[in-house]
Design a protein around this ligand. Sequence first.
Ligand code: P1T
Length: 385
Amino acid sequence: MAKKTMKFATRVIHVGGYPDKETGAIMPPIYQTSTYVQSSPGKHKGYEYTRSHNPTRTRLEECLASLEEAKYSIVASSGMAIVTLILHALPEGSNILCGDDVYGGTYRILTTVFNKIHNIHFIDTTDTSAVELAMKEYKPKLIWLESPTNPLLRITDIKKITDLSKKHKVLSVVDNTFMSSYFQKPLTLGADIVMHSLTKYMNGHSDVVGGCMMTNNKSFYDKCWTLQNSLGPSQAPFDSWLVLRGLKTLAIRMEAHQKNAFKIAKYLEGHSLVEKVVYPGLKSHPQHKIAKKQMTGFGGMITFFLKGDIKKSKKFLENVKLFALAESLGGVESLIEHPAIMTHHSIPKKVRDELGISDNLIRLSVGIEDCDDLIDDLEAAFKTI
Ligand code: P1T
């Protein structure tokens, strides 16, 4: 069957997942090799050295490109490695617009590394007219969007911003980590580049760190690939194999994450110790209508604000048992964390306060366990405060 006619849940299993041609092994081999034998200098089978290419990684890239309806894909050793490739691919001194609420590591690399190479301007990308003004003022080369954002789950109207990007000749990138390719396809909404931390939902089992980008822009892909080959953050074959394996269940995992997250968001909304719940699927979410328009689901991430101070937040976090207190997200097991102290600590407190990443903000990555057990766990922790 042609790749294009296959539905998503078939593609995650079969694109890149075909049996080994030599042996018939139904599972792809892990090509755990650094180099490849040549029959004559320069004469080889398309593979020279694993930093450049590896057959297991090629299969993963094939699958990921198909999931985002892209022609080209690059898999790297982390999400941050992908951020690095994309930003190095721009001419030195470029103006870059970036959403003001992004993963703490993205903020950190922009404010400590790429601020020495480019001019970075943070902006509220949910405000379309502010984005257009900034495009006119700065004439940026690139706009970086995270939607939903980490950790406030704000939603940018991707189509509106990519329309503006086209008008002003600005490359647009969407970090699609929170939705995974299952619930949102930014390239179909007009984005030039989509990226993921593969560490999260795409792999889904908290046992790999990885990143990827997909695009239909051949010249940008070529630049990024050359950078990957030169800088060297290529993903190891075993990790690519693990992601290929994890991806097979992406469709059913995302449905299960969402089902549990919906129940938990509603439970939290009705809780007397909770000040506010943010989940894109709730009607109370300020951009719920945009979420419904551009996503096919609402995902498994919830942010909520406890009634109380840092002491209460800490006590609550120390007393959950099933929810593991850990950074990261998107695995089958539920995680809980405190962005101000953990994932977003590298953002200065003043900026965090302006954004609303407060001491009573708690982030949940809802796993696929039995939801009753998860709610019992939260309820028991609430009782301790
Ligand atoms: O951790 P790494 O694979 O390098 O991916 C970085 C990254 C990029 N984009 C988003 C939206 C992310 O959430 C992350 C990593 N985030 C966490 C580790 C976290 O707990 O939020």
